[in-house]
Design a protein around this ligand. Structure first.
Ligand SMILES: Cc1cc2nc3c(=O)[nH]c(=O)nc-3n(C[C@H](O)[C@H](O)[C@H](O)COP(=O)(O)OP(=O)(O)OC[C@H]3O[C@@H](n4cnc5c(N)ncnc54)[C@H](O)[C@@H]3O)c2cc1C
Length: 441
């Protein structure tokens, strides 16, 4: 019997995991990737001996699936070197360490009343959301998907907690403001953090973030530099158009970002859903500094009320990579600035960000800073805005798998690397079970 054939469009982490699992389940799998490298938003660029993780920069200890793939693929999943986590406020850095719930009471960047209300909120979130899964947000009840996290944070914990902690956190990890994330998503995240305060300790795949995608790709047939221009279902099969050629498959998994998926898929129900996906853009920049410039520092959140340009920065030295006594500092920009600055040349952008970096990073005030690399992301992070979690769930329940086409990726209520991996696995199971039921012939 011929093996069923599936095409995976996009070799980001979700597409590669889906391909890997389907291949293990006995499918004949081909992956089509428009770039000449794999990994998508989880890729690493090497320059002058430095590794710059151009997209995803770290895992956390709680990423169980990520850890399992590392183990299976023989990649070290290890904690980064110790370093402090801080928030910038009024020229100073304040600790943001969460070793225990009582450490919230030491967050001097917010008022004492704010800290007490924050602790109360954490305890409540832990009770309310103990069975919610941040990496699969489709399980969140619709009533928690009606409000945005910022307004609920202001109402429950006051404006300083909302601005410095909730908005600061969202801008650091999502690049957009907390007014654009559903309170349900924020609650699930808070519950996750409150169950295991140290679960957010930073981990990495030693050497480079691209290690997992590169290792998965070695097991698969990946066509790099092969952009898919159209995905067209017809009579139980699906045709894809690549470099002017039409290729036929039993099923197709579209694991690109939603904006690309909506351009290439010819299906009204898919297009209607995809039009509702929104992304925050960002720019990731790397600067070279001396090895000791940021000694002891891991990462700093810069809330929007303190800088409308820089959302956060990290010390690359905690990944253990120090070359010629230098280290990389990675910087990510707030969405609103990226939109305003979209026409600026790289040279101007480096200069603006360097000046702002000296202002928000006291350790770099008089240091030599050398521009190293820059990556613009038009669709960096999907926005899990109020109402969106429910829209995804409806799409998945009604249309996923229609005409043997499947969507896959973090924007399907599956945030970050861990969510993307889980989404890839979930879609592989759906494709495989549709075949068993005779859905794809
Ligand atoms: C700057 C930044 C920092 C981040 N930091 C972290 C972090 O520290 N930790 C974390 O867990 N997550 C982080 N994330 C999020 C994480 O990177 C993503 O959630 C995850 O990588 C998404 O994977 P994906 O497979 O869904 O999509 P993608 O990685 O976007 O994969 C889609 C793939 O499709 C390809 N493609 C596009 N068009 C076509 C076409 N027409 N034909 C064929 N292929 C096509 C793309 O080139 C890409 O390879 C970060 C993201 C960004 C942008």
């Amino acid at each position: 019997m011929m093996k069923p054939k599936v095409a995976i469009v996009g070799a980001g982490i979700s597409g590669l995991v889906c391909a890997y699992e389907l291949q293990k389940a006995g499918w004949d799998v081909e992956v089509f990737e428009s770039n000449d490298y794999v990994g998508g938003r989880m890729a690493t660029r090497w320059k002058k001996g430095f590794a710059f993780d151009i997209g995803a920069d770290f895992f956390v200890r709680l990423y169980q699936k990520t850890r399992r793939y590392c183990e299976d693929l023989g990649i070290a999943f290890e904690p980064m070197l110790p370093g402090s986590y801080q928030t910038f406020k009024g020229g100073l850095l304040y600790p943001l360490r969460l070793d225990s719930l009582s450490s919230l009471l030491r967050y001097k960047q917010v008022s004492f009343m704010g800290r007490v209300r924050l602790l109360w909120f954490f305890l409540r979130a832990r009770r309310m959301a103990h069975d919610m899964d941040f990496f699969d947000l489709s399980g969140i009840p619709g009533c928690l998907d009606e409000d945005d996290a910022y307004s609920i944070a202001v109402a429950c914990m006051g404006k300083d907690v909302a601005d410095y902690l909730v908005d600061g956190f969202t801008s650091t990890y999502q690049f957009h403001r907390a007014s654009e994330i559903s309170v349900g998503a924020m609650l699930a995240l808070t519950a996750l953090m409150s169950q295991d305060p140290d679960g957010f300790a930073r981990y990495h795949s030693v050497g480079e973030m691209a290690a997992i995608p590169n290792a998965l790709a070695r097991h698969l047939m990946v066509h790099a530099g092969a952009r898919v221009d159209a995905v067209m279902p017809s009579n139980g099969v699906v045709d894809i158009v690549v470099k002017g050629r039409s290729l036929r498959f039993d099923a197709v998994v579209i694991a690109t970002t939603a904006d690309v998926a909506s351009r290439i898929i010819k299906s009204r129900s898919f297009s209607k859903f995809l039009a509702q996906v929104r992304y925050a853009p960002t720019v990731s920049l790397a600067f070279r500094v001396s090895h000791n410039a940021l000694a002891g520092l891991a990462s700093v959140t810069v809330p929007y009320v303190e800088s409308s340009i820089i959302a956060s920065y990290s010390n690359g030295a905690i990944k253990g990579q120090v070359v010629d006594r230098g280290a990389i500092v990675s910087v990510w920009l707030h969405e609103s600035y990226v939109v305003k600055a979209s026409r600026l040349s790289d040279k101007v952008l480096y200069a603006v960000v360097e000046e702002e970096l000296r202002r928000v990073c006291p350790g770099l005030l008089d240091e030599k800073i050398v521009p190293h690399d820059l990556q613009r992301w038009a669709a960096a992070m999907p926005k899990f805005y109020a109402g969106y979690l429910t829209k995804v769930k409806e799409f998945l329940d009604r249309y996923q798998g229609e005409q043997n086409m499947y969507l896959c990726g973090d924007y399907l209520n599956s945030p970050w690397i861990e969510g993307s991996i889980r989404c890839g696995e979930r879609v592989a199971r759906q494709v495989a079970s549709a075949v068993k039921k005779g859905g794809a012939q």
